[in-house]
Write a protein that binds this ligand. Structure first.
Ligand code: CS2
Length: 469
């Protein structure tokens, strides 16, 4: 017999008061920030109110369990189970009224974000893409809010700006916004998005945010694949609780943060988080070595017939490409203080954990936003040093080949720029390349060398794809 999981059936500590608001209630948030907060806050002083993004489903499932869920830590040898209690409220992201209520409370000190790279709506030059239809529509809505209306914004950044606008009128004081998305200088990206939007809406609101919101950058790491039904059954058997919404993750976790917390924060370092002055080298190490290898395997691995990261890594061809890309990335990271040989060795072990079924298709989504962080900087840095950057170009070529296959097979392209990608692919083989590259990096519109280099890597990949050899 299993019991339902909630705060009456499970011997939970009392729900902590909300002091953290999170946007992006998904598996990664529950394996990462919620776990760190639980470990760092034994007294239960830091409750999290978490909001979903596009759909309310995760909030509905979690609210039915009073925010409780089981975290399955899956190593190569076995599983361990822990009930996470730090989320005390699970809300539909569309409930902007509740978000505003929480943000006007002086006790709310932090907003954390896992809204995905694409949701920042930044153009390739790092400024807000104000012409994007969703952004433009939120600008209108928010102008109405400043004028006394209360229609809810629809994008994550729009909702955050709406909450901050409410706070600015409440006298609740300064607050920290912590980006936990895989973007370089993600605190600065959050500032560009939030301040960019707020300043267009209302100059005074922009000025308040500038003076009162601290944008914290953070490098976040914990491989968290999608949960399946098998995990639901596993948890019931192992713990005796019927948890409709468990999360499976690897044992490894890492959180490096840089920035000020004007209204306080949990002692996350008690759980292993690290506060640093200079975050860029750590961000690049993670974005290039871990995420870069992931994207390379996602595209090249699927072309070679693989489904998961562990399978792709077991393929010597893919593994060789990963190593070559790592060599290029490493050449552009500081030699001191990052312990890169150990980091690379640890990554190989983490990727090889076949008990974590991390699907390449999941990683392949949103490629246009991801490759801008993972491949483009390495290729540019290599070329600037007078080296080829062929391994980084190969990642981009694998993305192009993957998109072409999807286009030919009429498969859905899951990407925020799907419409522009399709327009580029319509141009047909060869002609499409320059257009696709320009979407990654506008400066490449004029760079025939990069296009020729990626085309050469496309030939190499075609020769390495079993069905086409
Ligand atoms: C992955 C990341 O889906 C992806 O793009 O590269 O989610 C990756 O698993 C995490 O950043 C690991 O910390």
């Amino acid at each position: 017999m299993t019991a339902p999981l909630n705060r009456s059936t499970f011997p939970a500590r009392p729900a902590a008061p909300v002091r953290i608001v999170h946007l992006g209630l998904g598996a990664f948030h529950r394996a990462h920030q919620a776990w760190f907060t639980q470990q760092a806050d034994p007294a239960g002083e830091w409750g999290i109110a978490s909001f979903t993004g596009r759909r309310p489903d995760a909030a509905i499932a979690l609210a039915a369990q009073d925010g409780l869920y089981t975290l399955i830590e899956r190593s190569g040898d076995g599983d361990s189970f822990e009930v996470i209690q730090s989320i005390v409220e699970a809300n539909d992201g569309a409930d902007v009224a509740r978000l505003c209520e929480l943000l006007v409370a002086g006790s709310t000190a932090i907003v954390t974000l896992t809204i995905t790279e694409a949701a920042y709506r930044l153009a390739a030059d790092g400024t807000l893409d104000a012409a994007h239809p969703d952004v433009a529509s939120d600008i209108e809505l928010l102008r109405g809010v400043v004028a006394g209306g209360n229609a809810p914004a629809t994008t994550p950044i729009g909702r955050l700006v709406q909450g901050l606008e409410a706070r600015s009128r409440s006298g609740a004081g300064p607050i920290a916004v912590v980006s936990c998305d895989n973007l370089a200088s993600n605190g600065e990206a959050a500032r560009a998005a939030v301040l960019g939007l707020a300043s267009i809406v209302d100059a005074a609101l922009g000025a308040w945010i500038d003076a009162n919101v601290s944008f914290v950058s953070s490098s976040i790491d914990r491989i968290t694949p999608r949960t399946t039904e098998a995990e639901v059954d596993l948890v019931a058997g192992a713990t005796g609780f019927a948890d409709a919404s468990p999360v499976v993750t690897e044992p490894f976790r890492d959180w490096i943060l840089s920035g000020a917390f004007p209204a306080g924060r949990p002692a996350w370092e008690a759980a292993g988080a690290v506060l640093v002055e200079e975050i860029e080298p750590f961000e690049n190490r993670k974005l290039w070595l871990l995420n870069g290898a992931h994207s390379l395997m996602a595209y090249a691995g699927q072309l070679r017939g693989h489904t998961t990261v562990a399978q792709a890594l077991a393929d010597p061809v893919c593994a060789g490409w990963v190593e070559e890309f790592w060599d290029e990335a490493e050449a552009n990271l500081p030699a001191k203080g990052l312990n890169i040989p150990a980091y690379r060795a640890a990554l190989l072990e983490r990727f090889a954990n076949a008990r974590i079924s991390h699907h390449l298709a999941q990683i392949a989504m949103d490629g246009s936003a991801k490759l801008r962080m993972r491949a483009v900087p390495v290729l540019k840095a290599e070329r600037a040093q007078g080296r080829s950057g062929d391994a980084a170009a190969r990642m981009i070529a694998a993305w192009v080949a993957f998109l072409r296959t999807a286009h030919t097979e009429h498969a859905e392209i899951k990407d925020p720029a799907a419409a522009q990608l399709s327009t580029a692919l319509e141009l047909g083989l060869g002609e499409d390349l320059a257009a696709l590259l320009t979407l990654l990096e506008p400066a490449w519109a004029q760079d025939g060398d990069v296009a020729a280099q990626v085309a050469a890597q496309l030939d190499l990949l075609a020769a390495a794809v079993p069905s086409r050899a």
